[in-house]
Write a protein that binds this ligand. Sequence first.
Ligand SMILES: CC(C)(COP(=O)(O)OP(=O)(O)OC[C@H]1O[C@@H](n2cnc3c(N)ncnc32)[C@H](O)[C@@H]1OP(=O)(O)O)[C@@H](O)C(=O)NCCC(=O)NCCS
Length: 129
Amino acid sequence: MPDTPPKDQPTIRTIAMPADTNPAGDIFGGWLMSQMDLAAGSVAALTARGRSATIAVEGMKFHRPVKVGDEVSLFAEVQHVGRTSMRIHVEAWRRQRESDLTEKVTEAIFTFVALDENGAARPVWSAGV
Ligand SMILES: CC(C)(COP(=O)(O)OP(=O)(O)OC[C@H]1O[C@@H](n2cnc3c(N)ncnc32)[C@H](O)[C@@H]1OP(=O)(O)O)[C@@H](O)C(=O)NCCC(=O)NCCS
């Protein structure tokens, strides 16, 4: 039974390229984590209407490998807004370049903190910078 990705539009969609591989020729986990951080950061900036930074990543699990040429879609969704922090659930899905079959490859919870102009934590719902 094929996996079904979230129905929403992805936050980010990109192609895994040869420059993103590890020495074994598979896509480097750090590349995928950076794509997930970018997706979460985009949602955090919009939610906080301003600058924000990653303070923690929890529950990172690599379910399946990503291969060169895969189309990688990142789905980021706010799970909880605290005083200064935002918990954002991120899933990464791959689609083989010449197939319409998709599978979830990675997921994690990214926590972002809204920042003021000095880089200190500020309430999420205050005016952004
Ligand atoms: C973001 C930063 C300014 C916050 O500093 P701080 O004021 O000492 O942070 P606090 O301890 O008050 O925590 C701020 C919020 O993060 C939450 N938080 C702190 N540590 C956390 C953790 N390990 N996991 C989840 N949430 C955490 C706190 O609960 C708080 O949330 P709330 O206000 O919604 O209740 C500071 O940690 C920082 O600059 N970190 C580096 C960020 C960065 O450069 N990220 C990119 C990495 S390359």
